[in-house]
Design a protein around this ligand. Sequence first.
Ligand code: GTP
Ligand code: MN
Length: 663
Amino acid sequence: MQSAGPSPSSSRDKQSFRNGRAVVSASRKGSDVEKDHRRLLESALDRENFDKLMYLENPALHRFVAESIELCKPEAVFVCSDSDEDIRFIRELAIKNGEERPLNIEGHTIHFDGPQDQGRDKAATKYLVPPGVDLGASLNTIDKEEGLAEVQGFLAGAMEGRMMLVRFFSLGPTNSDFSISGVQVTDSAYVAHSEDLLYRSGYEQFKSLGASPDFFRVLHSAGRLENNVSIEIDKRRIYIDLDDETVYSVNTQYAGNTVGFKKLSLRLAIRRAHRERWLAEHMFVMGVHGPDERVTYFTGAYPSACGKTSTAMIPGETIVGDDIAYLRRKHGRVHAVNVESGIFGIIRDVNEKDDPLIWDVLHRPGEVIFSNVLEVNGSPRWLRDGLPEPEKGVNFQGDWHKGKTDSEGDHVPLAHPNSRYTFRLRELENLDLRANDPEGVPVGGIIYGGRDSDTTTPVIQSFTWFHGVVTMGACLESETTAATIGKTGVRAFQPMANLDFVSILLGQYVRSHLEFTAGLEHQPLIFSTNYFLRDADGKFITGMKDKYVWVKWMELRVHGDVDAIHTPVGFIPRYDDLAGLFKRVLDRDYTREEYEKAFTLRIPEYLAKIERMTGVWRDDVPETPDILFDILEEQTERLQEALAKHGEYVSPFVFEAEPPEEE
Ligand code: GTP
Ligand code: MN
């Protein structure tokens, strides 16, 4: 069988490629420029790959690939047409070039990122902004010309001696008005392989784009490698050109920095969504199964490492997606799709007992990439996997052994806390039947959640859409985690769990949420959850599985099947309802004491939170809608009133006994 990759004999004529440099001058006609790009591609690609690219009759695509070649100077170019053969070629290339190594189980591979390349690099991720454009102080920006020169400088010649891979994807289900097409150019077969597991194939969808320039572009190079890891970390850059809808990423391999269709494209999508009046969100989408086979769909926004995957994977429920969703108004409701079709999930804590479905996929033949875990004789091991600690193995830092310490004498864990697995959603038996529905799924409720050790209750429903958008979405805070580089455990402002990815003025972003459901016949309810509340001794107050119950309660609320208690900050569950659900769902006796401890209203902490949030939105965010301050002020008044009446910490039973008031 013929190899899908370019064979040495068919590699392009380097001389003519160099001479084919396309010099674009304003006075030249578009068709001449197109011809130049075509000529360049013809000399850089072998016949087979050239034909695959030309099958997509899209001058903007040809130009992007041609310019990428001109800049990065690859040895060869491979265009992936999404045929089985082409997809296999990339999978095998990742192994051949050492970016992935096969593990014992068929289809499983391991990949290491460099020791300094284990999370999203927020500091090096910037928006390229033209002069005169202001995105507000909360966004990391750089002057477009300066930033482009810098990142293109690092990309220049970066693929010399390597193969450039060109892949096409659909963000969202194919043949859907939700979806956006994207092309990724990369020299990392690991990145291209990961994307194969994470996104729906888009080659044919690109064909139907015709000549439209309406697609996302990503150009990535891992840069200089040593032992297959990027080493020029000081030159790591992830720059996003919002106007050209193009992402540049260089000198990094960590998927969060390189798989362009994850958070990098989320940034591009947020801008488009704002223009076209829909929402692009950092949300899971799941079906919660209620009485009489009723399925009610929820989306949930949680910052990285705060529970999206854990929630979307609750046993007994069904998953549509675990990270990024597009939401649109349809048929009088909000509908949502999963942008992705696979999971790039945190593996720490995944164990047989709590995560049977993920555990199963990670232990049977099938395509799985393990990143930054420990390898022990061909088997992957990770932190808190529920098994006895191994004696020794190999991880992203090299040889590891039990009791290993670093130069400061500190304990070296067996794997990185942000190590991950990558697999296709269709491997999961709990995949929702409508996961690929081009119409999306109707959203009954939207959940916001963060890592909050001392303030918000485990689950609560907002009074109204506005109240939820403001107090639960816009005022979401979360303690930092290992998913981003930097100190962990620091409380940070995280509106809609999307702050890192917002690419418009934050004030406009929150306004687009406020207005999103205007005039809809069925508005989703808004909830907030907090899985990370702690007691005075620092112990978690709720159990890992309590969320199984919270989702059931929210499902019942969407249909008005249970009452709730009115508190100054929203509606909380009644003890009796939760006790019944704990018994039915977890076969656990939920005590009044547990309930009271978890749902006691912590008024001083809530007031402090409102003060913090009012300060941030007032001082740091331009164009904050006034209604945000009104809603926070009303909430403060309700809290002050409760404080005067009941003291600082108020039992839910006290609120339950109060006569309901008018909202
Ligand atoms: P990204 O994939 O980075 O966007 O993160 P995510 O939002 O999908 O987070 P994930 O669900 O993978 O959870 C991350 C961490 O939260 C894991 O270490 C879990 O153990 C922990 N976690 C999830 N649920 C709970 C919970 O109910 N209680 C506690 N204490 N920890 C939890
Ligand atoms: Mn996740």
